[in-house]
Design a protein around this ligand. Structure first.
Ligand code: NAI
Length: 478
């Protein structure tokens, strides 16, 4: 049962931190994280890791070169390992059948084919990437169709529940570890081998074992429930703005019900990140394939509300700025999809930024952890690069970003934004100076006392000096 060598295919946001924590907790096990990207591996082997996660640098330094290795030698890693984690990306398909909804499993398939090609002894293959239900069956089919004599495979599902920004903490103290496998003696033995790893630091009652399909679906279900909670509170925020209720007060009142709980009830400009949208869409596609159109529609609505919230926020900025932002300078504070990460995948800032650029606004963007190159890449993804060059300035600090602008727009809840010198910022802005708090993190009373016009989500702070403050709600005037 004890394992000596593990390989992880995919050195990304999941593979890197997960294997780093396993290496620290299981010093007798050697772990090699392999990736096709030389650049990523070089970064993992440098002082400048490819991802920012609080607490990660120290553990990498402690384990790297001892029992943790990062390499591009994929075949060697596979050959030597008894257990292989597949942690490759599973983005939404942007072509062909299921385009825009289904998960693209080409990276999973190519990892499985590589294992089948080079393995010369038996392996436990662990699917850690988030996949549609029954993906383990496809991996098994590929492995079994290419089996060599004396090579046997067991495929397990072990979805990862870490959240970016708190990955190390989540890995060290998981709510639960989920392991799915075949209900056969061989399947159960493989499950026990993976349990052995986690038992180094996770108590037995937190390690849940189940059948493979339940495990795969549980991951999609968990992300769908989390995204649904955000869309639910964001839907409430729209009602609050129309009625004079305060979304924070409503969230508090609702969250104190122990059946509901108080987490994930923060209204905002919408959820981002590489997982929620992708996994909910994946669920929608699955339901459509299973001929469950009502269920598909139910989950699709979670995405619709998220898109509506971003659009609604951008519309309020435009309306508040006297119905035009053309040639107006607007500071965007925060570009990452949430605080404590440099990840921008599906960040709401990208969408809000694009809406404002479509109206001809000049954006001055600041984020403490996202590089200039990344911001430019994200905005040019679907925009003319010349337009981005003309309209976007990337700033090194928030004061520079705010200089000479009409408005500040908070898109990411970075702690540092709470304690900026807002009196200094106010003086450097054009008047009336607006703050749009898309994360509900600022001290609104204080900002208003400094002279700012403050507009936030789910709460009417003051009657802003605008013509149609709630014009997005058809036919209803405040
Ligand atoms: P990522 O894009 O950061 O990393 C994936 C890595 O796999 C890339 O470095 C890529 O070069 C590598 N790769 C792809 N195909 C390969 C191959 N055939 N051989 C070797 N390397 C290969 O992705 P991330 O964020 O780590 O996500 C991985 C999976 O984990 C996804 O399915 C995602 O849904 C899931 N997940 C992600 C979480 C997150 O917070 N990012 C949390 C929980 C699950």
């Amino acid at each position: 049962m004890p394992l000596k060598k593990i390989c992880c295919i995919g050195a990304g946001y999941v593979g890197g931190p997960t294997c780093t924590v396993i290496a620290q907790k299981c010093p007798e096990v050697t772990i090699t994280v392999v990736d096709l990207s030389q650049e990523r591996i070089d970064q993992w082997n440098s002082d400048n890791l490819p991802i920012f996660e609080p607490g990660l640098d120290d553990i990498v330094k402690e384990c790297r070169g001892r029992n943790l290795f990062f390499s591009t030698e994929v075949d060697k890693g596979i050959k030597e390992a008894e257990l292989i984690f597949i942690c490759v990306n599973t983005p939404t398909k942007n072509y062909g059948l299921g385009k825009g909804r289904a998960a693209d499993l080409k990276y999973i398939e190519s990892a499985a084919r590589r294992i089948a090609e080079v393995a010369n002894n038996s392996k436990i293959v662990v699917e850690k990437s988030t996949v549609p239900v029954k993906a383990a069956e496809s991996i098994t089919a590929i492995l079994k169709a290419n089996t060599k004599p004396n090579v046997k495979y067991q495929v397990l599902s072990n979805p990862e529940f870490l959240a970016e920004g708190t990955a190390v903490k989540d890995l060290m103290f998981p709510d639960r570890v989920l392991i799915g496998g075949e209900q056969t003696p061989e399947g159960q033995e493989a499950i026990q081998s993976l349990c052995w790893i986690y038992k180094h630091w996770v108590t037995e009652e937190r390690i849940i074992t189940m059948n493979t399909w339940s495990s795969e679906l549980s991951k999609l279900a968990a992300n769908a429930f989390l995204a649904q909670r955000i869309s639910s509170i964001n839907a409430m925020s729209a009602i609050c703005e129309m009625t004079g209720a305060d979304v924070n007060e409503v969230a508090h009142a609702v969250g104190t019900d122990s059946r509901i709980g108080n987490k994930f009830l923060q209204a905002s400009v919408g959820f981002g990140g590489s997982c929620f949208q992708k996994d909910v869409l994946n669920m929608v596609y699955l339901c459509e394939c299973l001929n469950l159109p009502e269920v598909a529609e139910y989950w699709q609505q979670v995405i619709k509300i998220n898109e509506y919230q971003r659009r609604r926020f951008a519309d309020r900025i435009i309306e508040s700025l006297f119905n035009t932002v053309t040639n107006k300078k607007i500071a965007i504070l925060g570009f990452a999809f949430k605080k404590d990460t440099g990840d921008t995948r599906e960040s709401s800032a990208i969408h809000v930024g694009r809406y404002l650029m479509d109206e001809g606004a000049n954006l001055r963007i600041y984020d403490p952890k996202v590089s200039r190159q990344q911001i430019t890449r994200d905005l040019t993804d679907s925009e003319d690069p010349n337009k981005v060059r003309d309209l976007v300035t990337i700033c090194d600090d928030p004061y520079q970003a705010a200089l000479g602008t009409h408005a500040l727009v908070v898109c990411t809840e970075w702690d540092e934004f709470k304690t900026l010198e807002y009196d200094r910022i106010y003086k450097s802005m054009l008047k009336p100076a607006f703050v749009f708090d898309g994360r509900l993190i600022l001290d609104h009373e204080k900002l208003m006392s400094l002279g700012f016009q403050v507009i936030t989500i789910g709460k009417r702070l003051q009657r802003p000096n605008v013509h149609r403050p709630y014009a997005t709600a058809k036919g209803v005037q405040s």
